[in-house]
Design a protein around this ligand. Sequence first.
Ligand SMILES: Cc1cc2nc3c(=O)[nH]c(=O)nc-3n(C[C@H](O)[C@H](O)[C@H](O)COP(=O)(O)OP(=O)(O)OC[C@H]3O[C@@H](n4cnc5c(N)ncnc54)[C@H](O)[C@@H]3O)c2cc1C
Length: 448
Amino acid sequence: MKIGIIGGGISGLTLAWYLQQAGVPYDLFEADARPGGNLHSQPTPAGYLLEVGPNSLQLSPELQELLTDLGLTNQIQDAAAVSQQRYVLREGRYQVLPGSPPALLTNGFFSLKAKWQLLKEFRRPAGPLDATETVAHFFRRRFGPEIVDYAVNPFMAGIYAGDPEKLLIHKTFPQLPALEQQYGSVLRGFAKSSKGAGRRRIITLQNGLQTLTDTLAARLTNYQPSTAVTAISRAADGTYQLELKGPQGWEAAPGYSHLALALPTYAAAPLLEPLFPPAAAALAAVHYPPMCAVYSAYDRAAVAHPLNGFGALNPKVENPYAAGSIWTSSIYPNRVPAGQVLFTTFVGGAQYEAAARQPEDAQKAAVHAELSRFYGITAAPRWQARYCWPRSIPQFDERIVAAHAAADALAADNIVAVANWRAGVGVPDCVRYARRQAETLGLRRDDN
Ligand SMILES: Cc1cc2nc3c(=O)[nH]c(=O)nc-3n(C[C@H](O)[C@H](O)[C@H](O)COP(=O)(O)OP(=O)(O)OC[C@H]3O[C@@H](n4cnc5c(N)ncnc54)[C@H](O)[C@@H]3O)c2cc1C
């Protein structure tokens, strides 16, 4: 048994790490010179430490174990306590979003009608299981329209670059319909099933999250950077051969009993096309909306808002330009020179695609104008930069269904998909899934 892993983002690196621990032979090929894929930390000469991709991670048990294995626990930096508070735009000004269902009832953010709808959720009968139900439809049905407009919509835009009217509930949050079916009410289900479970820590690493993927790559014995897989073929004995384009030019790597696709669907599709055309078509159809991160730094004195939170999200019903901003200097104050504040503003995603395609100057100006309006900013930014993702985060909408079915079918041909489009887009999801796949492959090593 030998596994060819294509893609050295967090998914591929984690898979390789656990295969290596289990003594399963593998080769990992990464097209880029830098490992980590989306995890990309960039210190700037002006003294900012930017995260181009993920900013913060929920410290899941699997992530904690991985960090411990790699000797990185001394680098964990918790998000500042203040960042437990999150703001949402309502009637043109940022208001604190209640952080729990009980707080929803006591805080003045939602109307009395919305609070009454929320209480009624306990007694609302469970609906039929519907694999085509969207996130918005599910929440509207159980909790009413205001919760969708002012909590679900901005949350889905800010975290998933998504549109709740399109994302499927059973793909995005499968646990919620399950709670509804099991307990007759999502809230009752939450109350019963999460007893004693505290909030997970939100963390980064001192020199940026890329430390995690850099360390993983450095510990792997069979990691080949700057080596793109350009084609897959199959020998008569069923083993796979990879065509590679690396520093030495074109090469072939034969003899893999299994392949792991640890790359986005749009990169996997052309590789699968000659051998598995229907799977390739299903993967090619997955939607990745464009998104840009615009970084804006100001003198603290020029910003009226206290910035006492993680950041602020903008619901679509408020007609915003951006999906929202993370207050980087509030969450991780050491990442910004003293006396300044830094906003990371997300422009684009499935609900704001046209804005993501605007030229850089127009986008920076629009972000500055919107920040000035909502935060009471009285000066020009000291510094601005942007980074764009033409294809950002895979959408778990109706198009993901065929891609997941194709991935399930490929397993019969010893090809596993281990990437963010498979079992959740968060980095902890990728770590959990890759580790589970490594364990499964490790168990099968004696069969092949
Ligand atoms: C802007 C942004 C912000 C985010 N914020 C957060 C956050 O705060 N918290 C969080 O938990 N998650 C966040 N995410 C999600 C998370 O970062 C990703 O889901 C995760 O990093 C994906 O990892 P991956 O390994 O599955 O894929 P990728 O990171 O896409 O890695 C795939 C790798 O495959 C390589 N590759 C592609 N084609 C080939 C080929 N032919 N041959 C060899 N190699 C190839 C690529 O170069 C790449 O390195 C964010 C994502 C984005 C885009």
